[in-house]
Every structure is written in C-alpha cells, then in structure tokens.
Write a protein that binds this ligand. Structure first.
Ligand SMILES: Cc1cc2nc3c(=O)[nH]c(=O)nc-3n(C[C@H](O)[C@H](O)[C@H](O)COP(=O)(O)OP(=O)(O)OC[C@H]3O[C@@H](n4cnc5c(N)ncnc54)[C@H](O)[C@@H]3O)c2cc1C
Length: 420
C-alpha cells in the first residue's frame, strides 16, 4: 500500500506539477509571479522522475521565432522570452540573443567534383563566412533579428526553476508518478509516485548530470510508493503524457543532435539546410550557432517507442555520426571543431489531424490540467504556456491569449479507465 504524505497540517492550496521540463518549470515560475499567488496561501510541488530538463527541454536547439506555431501563443511567448531576458540578464544567464535565419540548399551527390570547384559567388551574407559556398546551389533569407532569437534551453530551464523556487513555496520532489487517483465523481485527488534516492540539483552542471530535490525522500524510502494529495494536478510530462493520461493523444518522436565547439568563433545564424545526397534522397540538418558552440539536429524517427524515462533514451551512434559528417561538409570550422555532445530526445507530438498542438488547460476531470504536445516549438512556447496556465489555475481562465482552440477537452476525454 502506498503511504500518504503528511499534508494535513498545511492548509495552503497545493498545486502539483508532474514533470520538470521547460513547460512544468515555466508553469511553476508564472504561478509564483501571479498576483493571486502567495506563499502563505499556496504551495507547489514539482515531481520529476529523472532530472529537471533531462528530456527535450535540455537537449533542444533553442530557436525562438515569431513565425513558429501555434499563432494563438507565439506572439505572447516570444515577447515573454524577451522580457525574461531583459529582467534577468538572459544574454549572460542562458545565452539569449537575436539571430538571423537562412535556408541553404546544396547538392552533395557530386561532392567529389564540387570540392574541386572554384567557390561560386552566391551572394551569401559576408558574415556567414563559416559556410562553404562551394557545396551550395542556392540560399535564401528566412527571417531577420526582428523575428528570430535563441536561448540555451537547458540553462534557461534550470534558471527558471531556481527563480520559481526562490519564493520558498515550490518544492522539487524527485520521483516518478505512477498514476493519478480519481474520486468516484471524476475529480483528481492525488498522485502515486515512486520516490527516487536523495540527490542534489545544486551540483548539476549539465543536461546529463544528476540534480536535486528540495523535498526529496531518503533512499531508505525508495521502494515504497507514496501518495501526494493535491488541490490541482497539472500534467507536463511531454512525450510521456499518455502513460499517465492514456486517452490523451500525445506521443513522442525521437530526434538526434550533436554539439560542436567550432575551430573558431562563428557568427549568429540558424541554418535550415536541404542537402541532396542522391536522386530523391535528401538530408536536412538544422544548424544553430550558439555563443560558444554550434548545435546540429537531424530529423525525427519513430523506430523506438518512448522509453520509461529520459535516462533510457537510446542514442544511435550512426545517426550522430551522420550529423558530424554533414556538419563537416557544410563548414570547415565544424569539420575542424570538437564534438562535445551526441544525444537524442523525444518531441511531444499531438496525434490529431485537426491540430498541431499543444494542448493546454483543464481536462474533463475536475482539478486535472494538462500542458503538453508542444512539438518542435516547446522552447519558444513555454513562457506563454506557463503564463496562461497560471491564469487558468488561479483565475479560472486564460486572459493573456485566446487559447480556446488548444483546450484539451476538444481532443480527449480524461478520467479513470473502465475497471480502474
Ligand atoms: C531535437 C529537438 C530540437 C528541438 N529544437 C527546438 C527549438 O529549437 N525551439 C523550440 O521552441 N523547441 C524545440 N524543440 C521542442 C522542445 O524541446 C519541446 O517541445 C519541449 O522541450 C517540450 O517540453 P516539455 O516540458 O513538454 O517536455 P520534456 O522536456 O520532455 O519534459 C518532460 C519531463 O517530464 C518528466 N517525466 C516524464 N514522465 C514522468 C513521470 N511519470 N513522473 C515524473 N516526471 C516525469 C521527464 O523526465 C521530463 O523531465 C526541439 C525538440 C527536439 C527533440
């Protein structure tokens, strides 16, 4: 039998957030900044099964764009990213900056000939001098600094978590939520979670390192699942959503990425490439120059189902080596650089033809909320999601953006499954 957490001596409204990715963390942050929130009347528990930002939120590219989707949320979120960067010196803390985006088309099917070709003047921007013009056939500008920016997603998420915790009413519990308890009247009352051993997030230095718990159970309690009662429960577990809400149409799509320290500093560009390898065969790595490294990601695959935890994500060496190889073909600075990460993670995707997601707001179950399915724009849209979730949780409705078309109740019916 799971043991119950002692909460009876605490009459504060208890909001449980399951999942410490960027969406869960931004929800906690904006709750603590909401005018109706007070540490004397509210408390928040974030429960995380491995480490904060150990999934896509720590391994994404971090591109922000006004032309991202969905249009209901993007302008708000892009603006909030800028405000956060201004408030907390995001340029230093999480490498926030504006940048330009271009698309590059190349033909590598004749690369042996191409490499002997004299550089062709395609009129590339002068400062895009780290791209080999001799492998390119054409390019175009996608957007300028007015509508594109970037963050380092891991640094951003961890920074926002610390800021959320500084009010003293936000606990990070290390444990894996196993299920949600419902009353007979379809109200979510508590979660059952498997605690992890005691860890220390203050020593966390990167997406793969161990992190913490301020309210972490001791390792002796590891084997006993615990019950945590909450007044409101918010599911922000991205690709793992249907493990807790089996009818919710959110699944995962794996994508590989690498980071390279280039042989010399390179200018601030995001490159969307399309490289022809052979007749009808293309590869489209996305290459984002960061302040001190270059991030390169490939396309998604669904060869392997979403595993149990972020620690179990299988990284295919050959997919990473492919990225290393084509990065080197595009740029001598990347070819001569040092590879610092080979990794994979899962995008949370909404499997409904009528929407590309995300799903944000209340469910059919009383006191149960979801913010998930952010697809390839979760870094961009997390602050906006956090802001509207805080409004929904504390005011009863979103006022900063009209997100009615993202209402989860349009796309699935929640609650205990028959027989539960
Ligand atoms: C390769 C790649 C590149 C990307 N690039 C960009 C980009 O440039 N710009 C952009 O805007 N977006 C980008 N994205 C998308 C973005 O990363 C995601 O949309 C976003 O990170 C999703 O955040 P999340 O918090 O919903 O989920 P996640 O980051 O997956 O976090 C979910 C958390 O829940 C935890 N969890 C899961 N199950 C449980 C459980 N049962 N109990 C407790 N905790 C649990 C996990 O451990 C995890 O920490 C990219 C994604 C990928 C894969």
């Amino acid at each position: 039998m799971p043991s119950a957490d002692a909460v009876s001596d605490d009459s504060r409204t208890h909001i449980i957030i399951v999942g410490a990715g960027i969406v869960g963390v931004c929800t906690a942050y904006y709750l603590t900044r909401h005018p109706s929130f007070s540490p004397t009347t509210h408390r928040i528990s974030i429960i995380e099964s491995t480490r904060p930002a150990s999934g896509a939120s720590g391994k994404a590219g971090g591109l922000l764009a006004l032309w991202a989707f969905p249009s209901q949320l993007v302008p708000l979120s892009f603006q909030l990213h800028e405000e956060l960067a201004d408030t907390y010196n995001g340029a230093e803390e999480w490498s926030y900056r504006r940048l330009q985006t271009v698309s590059l088309e190349g033909n590598l099917s004749r690369s042996s000939r191409v490499s002997k070709r004299a550089p062709v003047d395609l009129g590339l921007p002068d400062d895009l001098d780290w791209v080999r013009s001799d492998v390119l056939e054409s390019w175009s500008s996608l957007s300028g600094k007015d509508s594109t920016a970037q963050v380092h997603p891991y640094k951003f998420t961890m920074f926002m978590l610390r800021r959320a915790q500084e009010c003293g009413a936000v606990s990070l519990i290390m444990g894996k939520v196993l299920s949600i308890n419902y009353s007979k009247s379809n109200t979510a009352e508590s979660v059952i979670y498997q605690p992890l051993g005691q860890q220390d997030s203050s020593s966390s230095s990167g997406p793969a390192s161990t992190s913490t718990s301020t309210a972490s159970p001791s390792s002796s309690e590891n084997s006993t699942p615990k019950v945590l009662k909450g007044d409101k429960i918010v599911i922000t577990v991205g690709p793992w959503t249907s493990r807790l809400l089996p009818t919710c149409p959110v699944s995962g799509l794996r994508a590989h990425s690498i980071t390279i320290t280039p042989s010399r500093p390179v200018s601030a560009y995001a490159l969307f490439t399309e490289l022809k390898l052979a007749k009808g065969k293309y590869i489209s790595p996305e290459i984002y120059a960061r302040k001190d490294e270059v991030y390169i990601c490939g396309e998604g695959d669904n060869y392997v189902e979403v595993p149990e935890t972020t620690d179990d994500v299988e990284v295919l060496k050959e997919r990473c080596e492919e990225l290393v190889k084509y990065a080197g073909v595009i740029s001598k600075e990347l070819q001569g650089g040092r590879i610092t990460r080979r990794q994979a993670c899962y995008l949370p995707v909404v499997d409904v033809p009528s929407t590309s997601g995300p799903l944000i707001g209340p469910t059919n179950t009383q006191n149960l909320f979801v913010a998930s399915g952010h697809s390839c724009w979760g870094i961009n849209n997390a602050p906006g999601t956090g802001k509207v979730m805080a409004e929904i949780l504390l005011d009863g409705e979103a006022t900063s953006a009209d997100i009615s078309s993202l209402d989860p109740r349009r796309y699935f019916v929640s609650g205990p499954l028959p027989g539960e």
